[in-house]
Every structure is written in structure tokens, then in C-alpha cells.
Design a protein around this ligand. Structure first.
Ligand code: MRU
Length: 351
């Protein structure tokens, strides 16, 4: 496994760090066909909007490589639909699939279309890495002096490739020797903050502390937080933003305490065709994510234990929508974008 590479493709196989096992075990998963890659997206072996997008692009390349000569276009069209539907909220997924499929369609010969699918999927990966570097540079001057940066869920390199999105300015500052302290929320129910963000920060040597989701208001009220920075799964044309469940709560709290609230995201997360947050599809995941806890026993064995009252029913939305009015600005590969339709439209028209 090469450092900071959550996913890659070799010939027709996709390899990824199995994020379900982190931070206790670092294992690579090999997926030999596009249905296997779809399953890895659905079961969250790979997750995070940016990396889901890259996985979707690679899955599309696998579909192109596997499709028989007869019925090639019908089969790959069907695969594109299946891959795009693997998870509903992150726009990056359908963006990547559409991009790879459109590039393939420019070729007349199937052999050329197969080659084009692979090169386009890899180009999408490479561009994600470049965009994350630019997000890091754009966000770096915004980092507060002498106060902590609060982040939610995981929007580091596991979630987005490169430096990540929300964590990109933090990694960029740390690389330059600038002091930065991160407060990471646990991010119930799946614990992406406790399991993934804190692992990434520890690996990089960035000073940090983990807090319960419910402790964010406490630290804000004590004046310890100078900035909130989160990633995004889909940003509507008016700036309303879907991100991990609990983001909206943090944005309301940040407003109450007059703390700037930034959303870091590259252009493939923006959805010009979605007018507002009310139209963003919000994934509801299995109630077991809430009713049970997954982790490592003292023996090192991975385990799932029941925590909630037996027989209880649960609701488990994976994302919520933060209205544009609560967002200070978007940090993108083109710099800071104001959270309104006009600024977003100008930004996307340059793409
Ligand atoms: O369900 P996940 O883990 O795929 O969701 C990821 C998130 O919502 C992250 O918060 C992130 O900000 C978006 S990924 C860049």
C-alpha cells in the first residue's frame, strides 16, 4: 500500500484500503469486477464522497473492460446506471460515472472505448489529488491562530484522495510547520471521526483531540474553537449542502457562537441540476449502525456488540442538509466561493 492512496487500479482489478477495518487493521481489498466494486461502495469498504467518485470511475472502467463485444454499449450503459445508484447522496459518484461513460462514447471502436474508460478514470483520480492540493492552499490562510479547528466525520485522504478536503488546509499547514490543533468529533453512528480522522491525524503527527459529538457546543461556548471546517457530499445550486449527519447541528451552533463555518469541496461535489437542499437524496442506512457498535476486542478480534435496548426501532439518516445561509464560504479548487446561486454558477461555468 502506498501512503495516502485509498484506492488504485491495476489492469482490470481495483484495490482499496478496507476502511471498515481501520484503525485496527490496515488491509487491502482486491475487487476483480464492477459488481464487486459496487458492493464495496455499498458496504462502505470505500467511502467519502471524493473516493466514492474515484471508485465509481474505476468501476465504470472495469465494466468497459469486462463487457462482451456483442451488446457492449447496452451492457456498459446498464453498468453506468447500477454504479451511479450504489449510494445516493454523494454527487461525485454519478459525476465520475457520467464523465467516464461520456468519454467512452466519443470512441467508435470498442477496443478504443475500453482504453479510454481506463485512462479517463485514472485522470479523474489524478485531478482529485490536484484539486485537494488547491483546496489545501486556499484554506490555509483561514486557519485560526491559538484556537482549535473543529471538523466532523472524515474528509481527509481516505475520503477524497490527496490531502482530502476539510483536512487539506490542516495537512498543508502542518507540512509547512505551522501550528494547528484539531478537534475531531466522534461522528456517531459509524464513528468516521473516531476511527478515520483521528487515525489520519495521528499518522501525520497533527496535534488533535477527539470529542463526543455532543461536546461541540461546550467547546464553542468556552471560546476554544476558532473555525469549523467540514467536507460535503452534495452541494445544491443555491449552496445548500448535504454532509454527514450532525453537520447541520454544528452549523447552527457555530452561528450562535459567531464561529466561521467553512465547507471544503471540489467541483464534482456541486450539483448544478439540484436547485436546493430539499431535493438532495438523503441516504437512510440500516438501523444496526445505531443499535450495535463495531470495534476491536482486547484480543484484536473485530467484533460487533449490541448497545441499544433489544427490540427498539431506529431511524438512521446518514446525512443532513445545512442551509447556505449558515455557511461562511466554500473552499474549492478555484479558491473561496460565496454560498449563493450566482457565485456557484460562475464557478461551475468555468469547469
Ligand atoms: O457516509 P460517508 O462516510 O461516505 O460520508 C462522508 C461524509 O459525509 C464526510 O463528512 C465528508 O465530508 C464528505 S466526503 C468528502
Amino acid at each position: 500500500m502506498s501512503q495516502n492512496k485509498p484506492i488504485w487500479m491495476e489492469e482490470s482489478a481495483v484495490f482499496m484500503i478496507d476502511q471498515r477495518l481501520l484503525p485496527h487493521r490496515v488491509e487491502t481489498l482486491r475487487l476483480d469486477s464492477y459488481p464487486e466494486t459496487i458492493r464495496a461502495i455499498q458496504e462502505m469498504a470505500v467511502r467519502g464522497a471524493g473516493t466514492i467518485g474515484v471508485a465509481g470511475g474505476f468501476a465504470m472502467a472495469q465494466a468497459a473492460l469486462d463487457a462482451p463485444e456483442a451488446g457492449f454499449w447496452e451492457q456498459t450503459q446498464r453498468a453506468a446506471e447500477e454504479i451511479s445508484a450504489a449510494r445516493p447522496t454523494a454527487k461525485n459518484l454519478s459525476h465520475a460515472v457520467d464523465r467516464v461513460f461520456s468519454a467512452m462514447r466519443k470512441e467508435k471502436e470498442t477496443a478504443a472505448a475500453r482504453r479510454r474508460a481506463v485512462s479517463e478514470a485514472q485522470a479523474f483520480y489524478d485531478e482529485n489529488v490536484e484539486m485537494s492540493e488547491k483546496i489545501g492552499q486556499a484554506g490555509l490562510p483561514l486557519l485560526p491562530q491559538g484556537k482549535a479547528v473543529l471538523t466532523h466525520c472524515n474528509a481527509g485522504w481516505l475520503a477524497c484522495t490527496g490531502l482530502g478536503t476539510a483536512l487539506a488546509p490542516i495537512f498543508a499547514a502542518h507540512r509547512q510547520g505551522k501550528p494547528v490543533f484539531v478537534i475531531a468529533t466522534e461522528t456517531r453512528p459509524r464513528g468516521q471521526g473516531a476511527k478515520l480522522t483521528v487515525w489520519e491525524l495521528s499518522q501525520a503527527g497533527v496535534p488533535h483531540a477527539l470529542i463526543a459529538d455532543t461536546a461541540a457546543g461546550h467547546f464553542m461556548s468556552r471560546g476554544e474553537i476558532g473555525m469549523v471546517i467540514v467536507g460535503a457530499d452534495r452541494i445544491a445550486a443555491n449552496g445548500d449542502t448535504a454532509n454527514k449527519i450532525g453537520t447541520y447541528t454544528l452549523a447552527v451552533l457555530a452561528k450562535e457562537h459567531k464561529i466561521p463555518f467553512y465547507v471544503a469541496a471540489p467541483s464534482p461535489t456541486f450539483d448544478a441540476g439540484c436547485p436546493s437542499g430539499a431535493r438532495i437524496p438523503i441516504e437512510e442506512r440500516h438501523e444496526d449502525e445505531l443499535l450495535r457498535a463495531e470495534g476491536s476486542l482486547h484480543s484484536g478480534e473485530q467484533a460487533s456488540i449490541r448497545v441499544a435496548t433489544p427490540g427498539v426501532k431506529a431511524r438512521n439518516p446518514a446525512f443532513d442538509v445545512t442551509p447556505a445561509a449558515l455557511i461562511t464560504a466554500f473552499i474549492t479548487e478555484a479558491g473561496l466561493i460565496q454560498p449563493n446561486s450566482a457565485a456557484i454558477s460562475v464557478f461551475l461555468s468555468g469547469k
